[in-house]
Write a protein that binds this ligand. Structure first.
Ligand code: SF4
Length: 65
């Protein structure tokens, strides 16, 4: 599984970072970005789905290959 964050949509609530700091980080402006090129280890898949569901701006999505 791979995640992507649309920086045009992200409003910097930091909710994703609070829920899954293993998968995302935030820059100095509070805007989120994916770690590890967005690649989600299998054991963190549930957390990835959680942050997709909890982003109020619908900025996080799964990259379909
Ligand atoms: S929860 Fe969504 S809007 Fe908030 S920082 Fe994360 S990606 Fe951005």
């Amino acid at each position: 599984m791979k995640l992507s964050i649309d920086s045009d949509l992200c409003q910097g609530h930091n909710r994703c970072f609070a829920l899954a700091p293993e998968l995302v980080d935030v820059d100095d402006y509070g805007e989120a970005f994916v770690l590890n090129d967005g690649v989600v280890p299998d054991e963190l898949r549930d957390k990835a789905l959680l942050i997709i569901d909890n982003c109020p701006e619908f900025a996080i999505s799964e990259v379909k290959s």
